[in-house]
Design a protein around this ligand. Structure first.
Ligand SMILES: NC(=O)c1ccc[n+]([C@@H]2O[C@H](COP(=O)([O-])OP(=O)(O)OC[C@H]3O[C@@H](n4cnc5c(N)ncnc54)[C@H](OP(=O)(O)O)[C@@H]3O)[C@@H](O)[C@H]2O)c1
Length: 264
């Protein structure tokens, strides 16, 4: 089986690595920057190709260019797609572009799976939301999910939920990065060396997230376990609430979701 990636940037390369680890097929990669595609193909033991070659030969065609470049890129391959007699599946990871829009741009009612990955997929710790359209068979969905499984956790949602979910898991790494950086800054201000402050912050976030998932406990309950009466942590919680922390985080998710809706 040929599995093609059009776009070898941040997300295309992260998912191409994961799919390569699944051993499900030969990886073909393209990019306007041929050096980028060559480096990725070399790393994965795959092959470089032109967009049109991927459009012609890949059984699964992953579209990994920025949403604003999707129309131009698909315009360049739609004649090749239209001339194919064999079965193929398009997998789009573009934020905000609906399955309907991808089909319009690709020029045909092809089977399309929309996915929403995130950057931790590059180390197998990601979340990939998967939303297939009705033309994709269960067998094809299962195959796509098994090739993506080395990227991390897979969550199947409806397309409408994908946009909302992606505002948490797709955009969220940037929100968490800000949080970690700010925690470390606070520690530095209080005298912890930068490197150690960053390690403490990142490992704490990793461990806290794992504890939520493994214990199945509500985060509020876990928060209460850290806050002794009259203690130090509850003072920090008060400071966060004063700064509108929870509201700011909710607004971040909503802002990303609303921007998603404008991209389509
Ligand atoms: N980054 C994330 O965290 C994230 C999360 C979820 C979903 N996504 C989605 O993943 C997709 C890719 O995003 P990204 O962050 O990986 O972007 P990126 O790093 O810019 O990668 C896209 C790559 O595609 C290349 N490209 C542009 N037009 C092309 C064309 N016509 N043919 C072949 N290659 C082309 C770009 O080259 P140039 O750099 O020269 O333009 C770039 O190397 C987007 O649709 C985005 O919505 C990203």
């Amino acid at each position: 089986m040929n599995i093609g990636f059009i776009g070898s940037g941040v997300m295309g390369s992260a998912l191409a690595k994961a799919v390569s680890h699944s051993g499900k097929g030969t990886i073909l990669v393209s990019d306007v920057d041929s050096k980028k595609a060559e480096a990725l193909a070399k790393e994965l033991g795959g092959q470089t190709a032109l967009n049109q070659e991927i459009a012609k030969e890949a059984d699964y065609i992953f579209l990994a260019v920025k949403p604003q470049y999707m129309a131009g890129m698909l315009d360049g391959i739609k004649d090749v797609l239209a001339s194919r007699q064999d079965r193929f599946v398009i997998v789009s990871m573009a934020a905000g572009l609906t399955i309907k829009r991808i089909k319009e741009l690709a020029g045909g009612d092809y089977p399309v799976i929309r996915i929403m990955p995130n950057t931790p997929a590059s180390i197998g710790q990601g979340v990939v939301i998967v939303s297939p359209d009705q033309l994709v068979t269960e067998e094809e969905i299962n195959l796509a999910m098994s090739m993506l499984s080395p990227a991390g956790k897979l969550v199947r949602l409806s397309e409408k939920q994908l946009d909302a979910g992606g505002s948490i898991s797709g955009c969220g790494p940037a929100f968490v990065d800000l949080f970690v950086e700010a925690l470390a800054d606070g520690g530095v201000l209080c005298g912890v060396p930068r490197k150690e402050a960053m390690e403490l912050a990142a490992q704490m976030v990793l461990g806290s997230a794992a504890l939520i998932l493994e214990s199945g406990k509500h985060p509020g309950e876990l928060k209460d376990m850290v806050c002794s009466p009259g203690g130090t942590t509850i003072e920090g919680v008060r400071a966060l609430e004063n700064g509108g922390f929870r509201s700011a985080v909710m607004e971040a998710v909503i802002a990303s979701y609303e921007k998603n809706a404008k991209l389509g």
